[in-house]
Design a protein around this ligand. Sequence first.
Ligand code: HEC
Ligand code: HEC
Length: 362
Amino acid sequence: MFQNEKQNLESIIKELSKVISKLLVLVVFLLGLVVILVITSINGLPEIFKKRPANEAKIDIPKIEDKNKEVEKTADMWVAPDTSDILKEANKDVIYYGYKLISNTAYYLGPKGKVASMSNGMNCQNCHLNAGTKPFGNNYGGVASTYPKFRERSGRIENIHKRVNDCFERSLNGKTLDTLGKEMQAIVAYIKWLGKDVTKGKKPTGSGITELTYMDRAANPAHGKEIYMQKCKSCHTETGAGKLNADGLTYQYPPLWGEHSYNNGAGLYRLSRFAGYIKSNMPQGVSYDNPQLSDEEAWDVAAFVNSQTRPKKDLHLDWPKISGKPIDNPFGPYADNFSEQQHKFGPFKPIEQAKKTLGKNK
Ligand code: HEC
Ligand code: HEC
C-alpha cells in the first residue's frame, strides 16, 4: 500500500516536472516575442518587411535635366504635400485660391473668365498635371526651391511671378497678370506651398519633365501623324482643336494646335519638352513608370504636332546670348552652324557634341 503510494507520488512528480519544463519553454518563447515586438515598435520594421509603394520599387533613378547641376540623384521621388492640408495653413484662403486658379484657369481668366479675359482657355493643369503634383507630369516640385534663378531665355534673374507670367504669355498665349494682384499672389503662394518641404537649391527627382535620350535620326512628322491618328485623335480631335466641355468655358480635351493652343514661344514648342511630357503622361492615364509610347513614337508625334499652325509671339528679345539657346530651339541665329530645321527636328546628338566642343574651346 505504502509502496504503491510512493510510486504514485513519484509518477505524479515526474508528470509535473514535464509540464513545468514545457511551461518554461513557453514562457521563454513569449518573452522573446515581447522583446522583438518592443524593438520593432521602437526602430520600425526591418527594410525587407516593408511594403514599398508600387512606384518606388521600380524606380531606376530616372534621368532628369542632365545638363542641370541642381539635380540631386536619389531614389526618392518627390511627393507633393496632401492638398487637403492647405486647410491647416494660416493663409489657407490665398493658397486655396491659387490651387483653383491653376486647376481651373479658364473659368477665372479664360476668354470668358469671371475675373478677367486674358488667356486662351487652357488650364495650367492641362500641362502641369493634377494641379502641378504628378511625378514627371511637369509638376512644380522644384520651383519654390530653385527660384529666383538666372534664365538664359530672358537673360536675367527671374522670380516665380515672372516665370508664371511667361506661361501666361506663351503656353496660354495671353497677357501677364499684375504681379501685386490677388491672382498672382495666390498662384505663387500655392506653388510655394507645394514646394515647402524641398531643400533650398535642390531640384527633386520626379519634378518637371522626363528627359528622353536623343535619337540618332531626325524626328519624323509623317510617322508622327500616323501615331497621332491612332493614339491621340480620339480625344484631341483630328483638327487638333480639342473639345470644350458643355459649359463652353473649359476644355474636356485641350487643343494641341490652332488658334487656341500654346504659341511658338512656349516650352512645349521645343521638341524635347513635348516628347518628354507625352512620354510620361499621354495618352491620358499613363505615368512615368507605366508609359505607352516608345521614345521614338514620342519624338515623332512631337514633330508632327509642332509642325502644325499655331499662334506666333514676338520672340526677338529672347535668348540675348545666343550660345545660351537650348539645342532644340527652332529659331536662329545660333552659335553653331546647324540649320533651323536640324535644331527643330534633330538629329540632336551632333549639335550636342558641337556645343560641348564649343564650351571647351572658350
Ligand atoms: C501648354 C502647356 C503649359 C501650360 C498651359 C502652362 N505651362 Fe507652365 N510650363 C510648361 C512647360 C513646357 C514648362 C517648362 C518645363 C521644363 O522646361 O522642364 C513650364 C514651366 C513652368 C514653370 C517653371 C517650372 C520649373 O520647374 O522651372 C512654372 C512656375 C509654370 N510653368 C507655371 C505655369 C502656370 C502658373 C500656368 C498657368 C497660368 C502654366 N504654367 C501653364 C507648359 C505649360
Ligand atoms: C483619352 C483622352 C486623351 C488621349 C487619347 C490623349 N490625350 Fe492628351 N490630354 C488629354 C487631357 C484630358 C489633357 C489635359 C489633362 C488635364 O487637364 O488633366 C491632355 C493634355 C495634353 C497635352 C498638354 C495640353 C495641351 O493641350 O497642349 C498634350 C501636349 C497632349 N495631351 C498630347 C497628347 C498626345 C500627343 C497624345 C497621343 C499620343 C494624347 N495627348 C492622347 C486627353 C487625352
